[in-house]
Write a protein that binds this ligand. Structure first.
Ligand code: ADP
Ligand code: MG
Length: 698
């Protein structure tokens, strides 16, 4: 029977209890679904180890030897069995905790031992090894590569360990050999030298040899990436047809500002991205553009110039930012720059009072206000615009998908969308997450910036850090000291912050110190911030509320406490708060002395480079895309089963080309040859495996 319709319940070794678990934990419904549950690695059963060769705990080993001695330990339910196994080169201890009474051991008989060694009390141990008398070892047991499957706790409890799954999948092989319908057309397979789906599934689970396993994986990775790209590019093509408000004019507002109010010459990169954006705005098609530029690259000014273009064409703009502090800061910067231009700006945040809201709503509806800056408060339904033509979203990763989509609905057609981010997104991730957005990049910082110097100190060098603070303040500079604040750990984190603050007060009785954190009232927070901004206080102690957008050019030192607890992109963002003026700035990462390897690597890359792209790439490599900051809240749109955005960048490019070629010729996938792709996309969508971030929005 066709494996794609065969209910997993009725497959050998499954039954209704296991089927329930498979459905819940892996979303496996049919036999074919289970064949798409791929091994994460293989153990080479053709290789035999000597005990003296065992070097690490991660690799399962296979050894031929004998048991020289065994004895039970303890009594009753905690009874264990321990045995000594030797192969002449050395000894290894075997241990059983469970099912002890079923273990039958014979001395001085050759056994094939298989299991994962662990180091305990300076000796190698294997807990619950597979032990087979050599007389019963069948030749095929020690051939080829044995697949290891990812499992969950629930699966293990129902006996579906890696081995259990292997048995279930093995029993599907006879039917699989009869062939499954392919998901890629013959032409595509020929062009990219890909094996058939049947061959790929056979060899991904039970490979004949390494080469056929690699060909199988290559084909399955291609398939996975190809369908993602096909869907993204199809969305993009559809979106290209969206009507956009035409904004062809470069008018008085823009020109007057550019001539008389521009505080500095634009950088080449700012000019280029402005040009790209203007190209979209006048095209008559709706713009969907991602503007990425490192912290401090001058995105705000670009946003403002875009808003002026919209205003020149009779449209309003809203600029949405993630925090109240940032909204206020933007409001100040923008209104200062616009002074005397006649362009009207307004602010709307959670703390805008009811009394203020009445006239504000009215002015938005009448079109009197050109630019509205705000937090998510501006999404609320009662906020209506006369003619919203452009939405600019700053630091987009802090908004959820739903929040963004509500902005889209404030006018007859979707407004032009400009998403700005300071967290550069590695190309592979951008191609999957934002593959249907145009991307503009500001790859140049304003002139005269001195790169921030970064140091990594362990906390026992507090004295040096304090000396450094003193020196900088003596030069007239200001200092940030930032503490992590994680929800799960809020109480302890608040204590850390408070202790840190007290200690600074004790160490520096001669300085004034502000403190801000998320639990303060907005007004108090604002007052403390203002004291620092005005230079009344020399040190600002804060949680990450200052992470985004604060601009105090006189602050030249960023001290990040417990830096090991911050992610890379957060560290980079925080560092971006200094280095905004003409003076040399510094970032000090303070950690405990003993660090896990990935943590040390994070500190090292921070010390080594200021390049946000390098940092983002490293972040992706160290943590994997699923856990990248910036994707946590919006969620990664795809769960990749076999391909990796870290290592399969090249294959991703190839798959993207393949998808693009097909869509260029047949955008609706309606030809006979392409029906196979349309069909597969439908299936993926129905099974919820193609929930696209941007697809959900429009
Ligand atoms: P971000 O891209 O991080 O949002 P901002 O827009 O906050 O960066 O700009 C950072 C700083 O650089 C601000 O103080 C801004 O006034 C300044 N700036 C922006 N563009 C230029 C420029 N072309 N020349 C000099 N300074 C600039
Ligand atoms: Mg900014």
């Amino acid at each position: 029977m066709d494996l794609s319709v065969r209910d997993i319940t009725f497959c050998k070794n499954v039954g209704s209890r296991r089927a329930d678990i498979l459905r819940k934990e892996l979303k496996v419904v049919t036999a074919l679904d289970l064949l798409y549950h791929f091994p994460y690695r293989y153990i080479d059963r053709s290789r035999f180890y000597r005990i003296s060769e065992i070097a690490d705990e991660d690799t399962a080993v296979q050894i031929i030897g004998q048991i020289t001695e065994y004895h039970p330990i303890g009594v009753g339910p905690s009874k264990r069995l321990s045995a000594t196994f030797t192969d002449g080169t050395s000894n290894i201890e075997l241990v059983w905790f469970k099912g002890v009474k079923y273990v039958k051991l014979e001395l001085n008989t050759p056994y094939l031992l298989f299991g994962k060694p662990s180091l305990f009390n300076h000796t190698w141990n294997i807990v619950h090894p597979e032990l087979t008398p050599m007389s019963k070892v069948k030749p095929e047991m020690t051939l080829g590569l044995e697949p290891q499957y990812p499992t969950t706790e629930g699966m293990k409890r129902a006996g579906m360990t890696s081995k259990g799954l292997r048995q279930i999948i093995a029993s599907l092989l006879p039917d699989l050999r009869a062939g499954v319908p392919d998901t890629l057309g013959a032409d595509l397979k020929a062009k990219y030298k890909l094996v058939s789906l049947t061959e790929a599934l056979l060899n991904v689970h039970f490979p004949k040899d390494t080469a056929s396993m690699q060909r199988a994986r290559e084909r399955l990775k291609f398939e996975e990436l190809f369908y993602i790209q096909l869907q993204i590019l199809r969305q993009a093509k559809r979106r290209e047809k969206n009507i956009g408000y035409p904004m062809p004019l470069v008018g008085k507002k823009f020109h007057a500002f550019y001539r008389d109010h521009l505080p500095f010459e634009l950088t080449g990169a700012q000019k280029r991205v402005l040009h790209e954006i203007h190209g979209d705005l006048k095209s008559g098609r709706q713009m969907n553009r991602l503007l990425q530029g490192d912290v401090g690259s001058g995105k705000t000014l670009v946003a403002l110039l875009c808003a002026l273009l919209a205003a020149d064409n009779g449209y309003q703009t809203c600029i949405m930012v993630p925090t109240e502090i940032l909204a206020k800061q933007h409001m100040e910067t923008v209104s200062r720059m616009l002074e005397g231009t006649g362009v009207k700006v307004a602010l709307l945040t959670g703390s805008t009072t009811r009394v203020q809201r009445g006239p504000l709503h009215e002015a938005l509806r009448s079109g009197e206000i050109d630019i509205l800056i705000g937090t998510h408060a501006l999404i609320e339904d009662e906020v209506q615009f006369a003619n919203l033509g452009l939405c600019i979203i700053d630091e987009q990763h802090r908004f959820g998908v739903k929040q963004r989509s509500r902005l889209w609905l404030k006018n007859e057609h979707a407004p032009h969308i400009l998403v700005m981010t300071a967290t550069p997104i590695p190309r592979t991730l951008a191609m999957t997450m934002y593959g249907d957005l145009q991307v503009s990049t500001i790859d140049e910082l304003p002139p005269g910036r001195k790169p921030v110097q970064t140091f990594h100190y362990t906390f026992n060098r507090r004295q040096s850090i304090n000396d450094f603070i003193r020196k900088q303040i003596a030069l007239g500079r200001q200092i940030y000291v930032v503490y992590p604040l994680i929800k799960e750990n809020e109480k302890l984190d608040m204590q850390d912050l408070q202790n840190g603050f007290n200690q600074l007060c004790e160490t520096f009785p001669e300085y004034r110190i502000s403190m801000v954190h998320g639990q303060m009232k907005a007004a108090d927070k604002e007052a403390q911030m203002q004291r620092f901004v005005q230079g009344e206080t020399q040190i600002l102690v804060a949680t990450t509320v200052i992470e985004v957008g604060v601009n105090v050019p006189n602050a030249t030192v960023m001290i990040i406490e417990n830096a090991e607890r911050f992610g890379l992109s957060q560290l980079h963002q925080l560092r971006g708060r200094v280095g905004r003026g003409a003076d040399q700035s510094y970032c000090v990462l303070v950690t405990r002395t003993e660090l896990a390897k990935p943590t040390r690597q994070r500190m090292d890359i921070m010390v080594a480079t200021n390049d946000g792209f390098k940092i983002a790439d490293t972040d992706l490599k160290l943590r994997g895309p699923g856990e990248m900051e910036g994707t946590l809240q919006s969620g990664t749109p795809f769960e990749l089963r076999i391909a990796s955005l870290v290592t399969d960048g090249q294959l991703l490019e190839i798959a993207r080309h393949a998808a693009k070629d097909i869509l260029d010729e047949d955008p609706d996938l309606s030809s006979d040859m392409n029906r196979i792709y349309k069909h597969r996309l439908d299936i993926l969508r129905q099974s919820g495996q193609a929930n696209m971030l941007w697809g959900e929005i429009l």
